[in-house]
Ligand binder design. Structure first.
Ligand SMILES: C[S@@+](CC[C@H](N)C(=O)[O-])C[C@H]1O[C@@H](n2cnc3c(N)ncnc32)[C@H](O)[C@@H]1O
Length: 236
């Protein structure tokens, strides 16, 4: 866990022994489950800590993230970035969702086991859950990593965010063209790209722009379109 504590020092994230224990147990359980169900291609523990834990908490300490209370992780997969963020922010409430029920059930089982009490889970597609009354425009912050192209992702994510809230999209370096081509879609969905934050921890080779998109207007009732349509016909 030295890699993780080094990164947390750099990001000025406070941590406790209990948090480090939760990180350790989460990795152990995921790798154990991974022998039966495909959860992650990363099985080397050092790589796991870097690419899953450190990468997930790169948005830690960003003011838009620090001040959010209710957070949703769209397309969480094996729990990233939602679980590491829930560990470092025990006072915030997290909802992790994914269209693959198998993964959601495993995350629930593991997070119960390690007593991460601030996580709940929901199975479903973003296009469907984004229309549910108890989820639509209810979150201060939506995070999402490695789920879809930014225009598509914005249609999945922005409907969950309340006006005045934020969508933090984890993108890879070199996404400038993708960002430029998604600006219109972001506006159509009620968002505005305000800032791109690139966290670079010396020695980590994780250069990652995190796009901070503010929800400036309500999302029109016609979005998200029906399941499958955003990916087939991205807004432009
Ligand atoms: C490549 S994985 C990334 C998982 C995780 N966010 C990470 O960074 O490790 C993409 C995940 O998004 C989920 N996903 C894709 N489209 C989705 C949708 N329309 N609604 C909900 N989840 C979706 C997939 O089931 C998968 O678990």
């Amino acid at each position: 866990m030295k890699l993780l504590t080094d990164a947390m020092h750099h990001l000025q994230i406070q941590y406790t022994d209990e948090m480090l224990e939760q990180f350790q147990k989460y990795m152990d359980f995921i790798l154990e489950w991974n022998e039966k169900v495909n959860l992650t291609a990363i099985t080397d523990k050092e790589e796991f800590v870097k690419k899953h834990f450190v990468d997930s908490i790169l948005c830690g300490g960003i003011p838009q993230v620090s001040k959010a209370n209710k957070i949703i992780d769209v397309g969480t997969g094996a729990g990233f970035p939602g679980v590491p963020l829930a560990i470092i922010y025990p006072e915030k409430e997290f909802l992790l969702m994914d269209s693959l029920n198998k993964r959601i059930k495993i995350i629930k089982e593991i997070t119960d086991e390690i007593q991460l009490k601030n996580i709940s889970v929901r199975h479903g597609r973003a296009e469907d859950l984004g229309r549910e009354k108890d989820l639509r425009e209810c979150f201060d912050l939506c995070v999402s990593r490695a789920v879809a192209n930014l225009a598509v992702l914005s249609e999945y994510c922005l409907p969950f965010v309340k006006v005045g809230g934020w969508f933090a999209a984890y993108k890879s370096a070199g996404a400038e063209e993708e960002i430029k081509n998604s600006l219109k879609a972001i506006t159509m969905l009620g968002g505005k790209l305000q800032q791109t934050q690139t966290q670079n921890i010396p020695g980590f080779d994780l250069e990652h722009p995190i796009l901070l998109i503010e929800k400036v207007n309500k999302t029109l009732a016609k979005y998200p379109r029906k399941a499958g349509t955003p990916a087939k016909e991205p807004l432009k």
